[in-house]
Design a protein around this ligand. Sequence first.
Ligand SMILES: Cc1cc2nc3c(=O)[nH]c(=O)nc-3n(C[C@H](O)[C@H](O)[C@H](O)COP(=O)(O)OP(=O)(O)OC[C@H]3O[C@@H](n4cnc5c(N)ncnc54)[C@H](O)[C@@H]3O)c2cc1C
Length: 269
Amino acid sequence: MRILVCIKQVPDTTKVAIDPVTGSLIRSGAAARMNPYDLYSLEAALRLKDSEGCQVDVLTMGPPNASEVIKEALGCGADHGYLISDRAFAGADVLATSMTLKLAIRSLPHSYDLILCGKQTTDGDTAQVGPALADLLGIAHLAWVDDIREVDETSLIVKANLSKSQQICKIQLPCLLTIEKDYASPRFPSYLNLKRVKPESITTLTLKELGGEDVKSLVGSLGSPTSVEKIFPPESETVTMKLEGKTPEIIQSLNDYLLTQHQLSRGSL
Ligand SMILES: Cc1cc2nc3c(=O)[nH]c(=O)nc-3n(C[C@H](O)[C@H](O)[C@H](O)COP(=O)(O)OP(=O)(O)OC[C@H]3O[C@@H](n4cnc5c(N)ncnc54)[C@H](O)[C@@H]3O)c2cc1C
């Protein structure tokens, strides 16, 4: 079985500031790391490699230094990395990101039985790329998977955690799964694996490899029907008030206050 894990380099969110004028994220100088959720999908793939002897490749779209997350994945035990990097891919929204990943996957020398994505990222945070990519590839997908229970030549039995219920599903290969963070503790890169990483362990894919001018209008900002106008933290205020009287009077005062602040609808208490 061949497995492809889509990983994304994200800013270390605790260190990213927002430009007060433009409202955009100030990424320069911010530490970058592998999207935490992708550590779990990588771990899921590596466990299948340990038990079934699968080939595990990783794919990322990002700037040249996103090769660092590929090296980390190779250090954990992945076999080969693909870096999709070209100025033409900049400014991609979810549709253009998914399209770029699809074009890259179609250009690779192998086809894959299983594609794994993280449940979501910690920067864009939409959780839409996995399902959108499966749709563009025309393969089955399942989200929020926290266990792959059985594997055979043509299908998988997996468990999806839908928060209020659990779903055990049989899914035909090839398919795409998005993996929950509770899957299993991610492993660390090993010194030996890191030593084995060579320049040829990573293949860079540019617009040319993905189809050149023919696909230019499908990727990056040109292929993005949406754009972010502004990013800002939600306004919050703390109100302190003292309510006096007997318990029923305090409850009534609190209810009246919350109603006037539109925090409650009539009849909620
Ligand atoms: C309306 C809109 C406009 C945007 N405009 C811009 C912009 O102008 N510039 C900009 O930098 N960003 C922009 N973004 C953010 C960018 O589109 C997203 O970061 C990107 O689409 C991935 O979506 P996500 O981070 O929400 O991924 P999610 O859907 O939350 O990620 C799920 C999984 O998909 C896979 N995945 C996601 N992205 C990648 C990737 N790059 N490589 C490999 N695997 C991946 C990973 O497995 C990940 O765990 C925009 C987002 C939106 C919603």
